[in-house]
Design a protein around this ligand. Structure first.
Ligand code: GDG
Length: 469
């Protein structure tokens, strides 16, 4: 495999292993905004993607799919437990989402994180061309930028952080707080979802490693006694809008949306939640608020249904096992108290669906509920907006999502305030058609003009500006 001018490093490769027609194993690219945004660029320059293939204890040689070189990084079952489920998903994830769940600090998880980050860095360093560019993604790989810099000082390094960065009072809990900051500062450009995240990161830089910070620029000392500049600022991510618009216009998907409505007994209003089953998403708060509205008599089960897709996620992490139990207990109670033979209060679906079905659900939903307690961006909010070509439908959106910085015409809520959340749901349900149109038009303009291509272009522009400086 020849050296690559542009290398993406992410925990997962953008492929899934599937069984071919004759039972043989093949690979299929997994649909995702990131791949869609980077594919054209990866084909026009010579691009490679470094990541884990999704199965433990499997050593694979690099291979090519749709013109992109894939470079698999092998992880043992123990490393998946310690680096991925442990440090990434049970230490960093809860800490960076404002300790909604208590972060677990274990030295052996940290050691596995360092070891696995080094393996990703070595793989990237071995495939990138001289003076090439590497773009590292997300919280699983925060040490990789500095590790690549040590191995390959000639390359330009970008890092994008998909989740929030916490305020310093919380960040300071992390036993390895200085090492993580130094790892990130190995990048030339460190991108965050919100301006607030970048500010928190720069505060941590000032407070912990005491490097000079001016605006978004950090002066980082180098090994030879000189300095270099790292830039930390916001690049709000978005979605690949084209497939959502295209699917939403297809007659068979519109028919499916009508079928969904009919199968729910044609309620006057359908409310929808779509989330990975994660404690950051505020599913419990949403269900509680909705249950109380039924109990108070402000809503009638004959008139409304909440469809909640909670796609299975991180099922081997304890906090997720408990969360699932809690949600399912609450949903069962609300349905038990309110359902009639023909109508259900909550249609709860602990399943993943193809994108076509998700779009049909977005089309069927009069009100979309995004009530995350903390969320880097929240792409579901943007997907809902992208499908609403008729300019109808209402988005209820938590202030604690990155999306709330941009989608100001949503009904913005503080999901911790259950009374306020109940009122917001009622406002959305009762919103007159004219006001829905006015708001949705503005939301659509924002999402359609700032798609994932605009996001990746602006990040890569910032990266090339650093290089030419
Ligand atoms: C992280 C950050 C940030 C969900 N269930 C199904 C399904 N999905 C799709 C949604 C959406 C994606 O998964 C979820 O994206 P989110 O942004 O909502 O949330 P996270 O997974 O937590 O993502 C987040 C994001 O990274 C990007 O930077 O916005 O803040 O936490 O696209 O549609 N898709 C299908 N079936 C499902 O059942 N097909």
């Amino acid at each position: 495999m020849p050296a690559a001018d542009f290398v993406v490093v992410a925990n997962r490769l953008p492929v899934d292993r599937v069984e071919g027609p004759d039972g043989e194993e093949t690979w299929r690219t997994s649909p995702g905004g990131l791949v869609a945004a980077l594919e054209p660029m990866m084909r026009s320059v010579h691009g490679a993607w470094v990541g884990w293939a999704g199965q433990p204890d499997v050593e694979l040689d690099p291979f090519e799919i749709n013109g992109i070189d894939l470079v698999p990084v092998a992880l043992s079952a123990e490393e998946i437990a310690d680096y991925y489920e442990g440090f990434a998903n049970d230490t960093i994830w809860p800490l960076y989402h404002d300790v909604i769940a208590p972060p677990q600090y274990h030295r052996e998880w940290w050691e596995a994180y360092v070891r696995v980050n080094r393996r990703f860095a070595e793989a990237a360093a071995s495939v990138v061309a001289s003076d090439g560019t590497v773009w590292v993604h997300d919280y699983q790989l925060q040490l990789v930028p500095q590790m690549i810099r040590e191995l390959r000082p000639d390359v330009t390094i970008g890092y994008f952080h998909h989740i929030p960065f916490p305020a310093h009072g919380l960040y300071a809990q992390l036993p390895w707080r200085d090492q993580v900051i130094k790892g990130l500062l190995g990048a030339d450009v460190i991108g965050f979802q919100r301006a607030q995240d970048a500010t928190y990161f720069l505060t941590a830089v000032r407070r912990r490693v005491r490097y000079e910070v001016k605006g978004s620029a950090v002066t980082v000392p180098t090994e030879d006694g000189g300095t270099r500049t790292a830039v930390a600022r916001a690049f709000p991510i978005s979605i690949d809008t084209a497939p959502y618009k295209e699917l939403a216009a297809r007659p068979e998907i519109r028919a499916r949306a009508a079928e969904i409505r009919a199968s729910l007994g044609n309620p006057k209003k359908i409310l929808l939640g779509v989330d990975r089953l994660d404690y950051t998403k505020g599913i419990r708060h949403r269900v509680k608020a909705y249950g109380e509205l039924l109990e108070d008599g402000r809503l009638d089960v004959e008139d409304v249904t909440l469809v909640q897709v909670a796609s299975p996620s991180r099922e081997r992490v304890d906090a997720y096992v408990h969360l699932r139990d809690e949600i399912e207990l609450a949903v069962g109670r609300i349905n038990g108290d309110n359902d009639t033979m023909g109508h259900t209060a909550i249609r709860y679906l602990h399943q993943g669906y193809p994108r076509e079905e998700m779009v049909a659900l977005y089309l069927a939903a009069d009100v979309m509920l995004v009530t995350a307690l903390r969320d880097g961006m929240n792409l579901v909010a943007k997907e809902y907006v992208a499908t609403r070509a008729d300019n109808h439908g209402v988005l209820v959106l938590s202030e604690f999502t990155g999306a709330a910085d941009e989608l100001r015409q949503a009904v913005l809520v503080n999901p911790h305030d259950i009374a306020g959340l109940k009122d917001a749901i009622m406002t959305a349900i009762e919103m007159p058609s004219g006001e829905q149109t006015k708001r949705m038009r503005a939301l659509r303009r924002r999402v359609l003009e700032n798609d994932v291509n605009a996001w990746s272009s602006s990040f890569l522009r910032a990266l090339s500006d650093v290089r030419t400086r």
